[in-house]
Design a protein around this ligand. Sequence first.
Ligand code: FES
Length: 128
Amino acid sequence: LASIEFEMSGIEEGQTVTIMWRGLPVFVRHRTAENITIAKDTPLADLKDPEPDASRVKEGHEQWLIMIANCTHLGCIPVGDSGDFGGWFCPCHGSHYDTAGRIRKGPAPKNLVLPPYDFVSDTLVQIG
Ligand code: FES
């Protein structure tokens, strides 16, 4: 399917679910206020692939982080709620991502990739 709709109201704050889109795993994370504050307060100078938190999410929906779940090094699926930056850790070769899915440490060159998506309502998202 080129695009899918996904209802996120059942995802608790702090929880991440993995769904499939075009054969790719996609993380949908309901970020906590703390996750968001940490991501916003991170200086861009600390980032290997500098992107402000605001460009990783949609305005007015900052609690929802939606990303393709393949490490940008060699494609493994990182583990959530782990690593040195409170986001994801890729055990294959040790890449650490933060609470905005930005690469912070390890061999991955880029932030986790964002799929194209739009909000249909506050909790219904269309991916693709
Ligand atoms: Fe993730 Fe290599 S595939 S660190």
